[in-house]
Design a protein around this ligand. Structure first.
Ligand code: GP9
Ligand code: MN
Length: 468
């Protein structure tokens, strides 16, 4: 992309035949890392080596496996960015329910979205595999024919039902095939949710989503079935068109009228209210006390904005500072464990690929046959996460910075991973830059090594959106 941008498309095309056709993992690299692609333990060890180790201080006040046998309810909240949490515009609090959840949960304010071109579906893929998304297309399209080691498969092996809920048709983003590749026990889509209270262009509102999901969870529980449930919300989706009176929950000042920022905040406020009703329902039903509840954003909601326009002006007001690439990629993550009554804030950098090892920690799942690129959030280890798909190849996150690549290492720019202040990157981060590249290669080689599904057939109803 850089060659094309700086030297023109012709130069880019001319350069293609001369690009060396290196294998993803060279023999020398495999030898140095003691890597055998047929052995998952050796892949996991190589990941740890490239990331600078896996040992560190345990930060959790609970033991490994303390929540064995509990259910897991994971809410993937559409377009939820971290800056919204705790924010208020004049007297309007945007996310009172999420704010209250934080007060009794583990909260990771410096969590980053790892999506590539598959938006929501990439977030589903990454959270359930602890792998990296691609820059070549949606993971749901690229990897749908594989039998992918995943969280649903780990839960199934532990005797759980692994179920996923979303009000759109399952063919969107090729989810029917992706869900099979990920090994979900069952999915619930538009066929289950129906067409009541359609909001936006994709499907029924979050009200309908939660109202129909809760009884299913209660039913499974009453039948003695442990479950891992992922709930994919929808209403707070771009373009956040103004909600009618029945769905409006906050009053913003007039200057927010018609701005993307204003519509976005209103839309998130609606989705937050519905989530709050659902969490109350979990409490009333008793499921709250026997479930780990995780809520996080899938990716940014706000898109390109005119630097001089009212959108960005409104955003600066809501954010209280300038908006940069780190703010754009930053999502909230809250984890409530059964019995927890007090909030804990963890400032370390986190990503969506960390959920799987962290859930494995809380439940004591046997994860030895599944290499994971994420880290256990309850152990304080060095962070290095290559970022691609939404940022130029060569970008990465570590404990301190989000580094955005350019031509060479020294040309890139850095943003504080804490989102707070100006950041600088140092030569010392260069190792993370290089290891990030190797981690991506290892990820891709691992995916290439996975077996295909014996009964794979492309889904004729699949729909992959073309816009980014
Ligand atoms: C529709 C929903 C779209 O099913 O996933 O969200 P997007 O991927 O555009 O964020
Ligand atoms: Mn989305």
């Amino acid at each position: 992309m850089l060659v094309a941008r700086e030297r023109g498309l012709l130069a880019y095309q001319a350069s293609q035949p001369f690009m060396p056709n290196e294998p993803l993992i060279t023999e020398a690299m495999a030898e140095e890392l003691g890597l055998d692609m047929a052995d998952s333990a050796s892949i996991q060890n190589a990941i740890y080596t490239l990331k600078g180790g896996s040992e560190g201080e345990r930060i959790a006040d609970f033991e490994l496996g303390a929540f064995q046998g509990m259910n897991v309810i994971m809410i993937q909240f559409e377009s939820l960015q971290e800056f919204v949490i705790g924010s208020r515009v004049e007297s309007s609090v945007v996310t009172p329910n999420f704010n209250a959840l934080i007060d009794e949960s583990w909260y990771f304010p410096n969590t980053y979205s790892q999506i590539g071109r598959g938006n929501t579906s990439d977030a589903e893929f990454v959270t359930n595999t602890s792998l990296y998304a691609s820059s070549m297309g949606a993971c749901s399209e690229l990897y749908d024919h594989l039998e992918i080691p995943s969280m649903p498969r780990l839960f199934s092996a532990a005797g759980y039902d692994a179920v996923t809920f979303h009000t759109n048709e399952v063919g969107f983003w090729n989810r029917r095939s992706m869900y099979k590749a990920l090994g979900w026990t069952r999915y619930y889509d538009q066929e289950f949710f129906g067409a009541d209270d359609i909001l936006g262009r994709f499907g029924s509102s979050d009200r309908v989503l939660y109202d129909k999901t809760l009884p299913e969870l209660i039913r499974m529980d009453s039948e003695g079935t442990n479950f891992y449930a992922q709930i994919i919300t929808l209403t707070s989706h771009h373009p956040f068109e103004e909600l009618d009176e029945n769905h409006t929950v906050i009053n913003l000042p007039e200057r927010f009228d018609g701005t993307m920022t204003g519509n976005y905040l209103s839309s998130v406020a609606y989705a937050d209210r519905e989530m709050g009703r659902f969490l109350d329902g979990l409490k009333e039903s008793g499921l709250w006390d026997k479930s780990i509840v995780i809520v996080y954003g899938d990716h940014n909601g706000l898109r390109e904005m005119d630097p001089e326009g009212a959108d960005l002006e409104a955003l600066r007001e809501a954010l209280g500072r300038d908006y940069n690439l780190a703010h754009r990629t930053n999502i909230p993550l809250a984890i409530h464990v059964p019995g927890q009554t007090e909030g804990v804030i963890v400032d370390a950098t986190a990503v969506q690929g960390d959920f799987m090892p962290s859930i494995g920690d809380m439940l004591g799942l046997d994860m030895t046959s599944t290499p994971m690129f994420g880290r256990d959030l309850f152990v304080d280890t060095h962070v290095v996460v290559p970022m691609r798909g939404r940022l130029p190849l060569g970008s990465f996150l570590n404990d301190r910075i989000l580094y955005v690549a350019d031509y060479s290492y020294v040309d890139g720019s850095a943003f504080a991973a804490s989102g707070q202040n100006e950041a600088r990157f140092f030569q010392v981060d260069e190792r993370d830059f290089e290891n990030g590249h190797l981690l991506l290669n290892l990820n891709d080689a691992y995916l290439e090594s996975l077996p295909g599904l014996s009964d794979y057939a492309p889904d004729p109803d699949s729909e992959i959106p073309t816009r980014k």
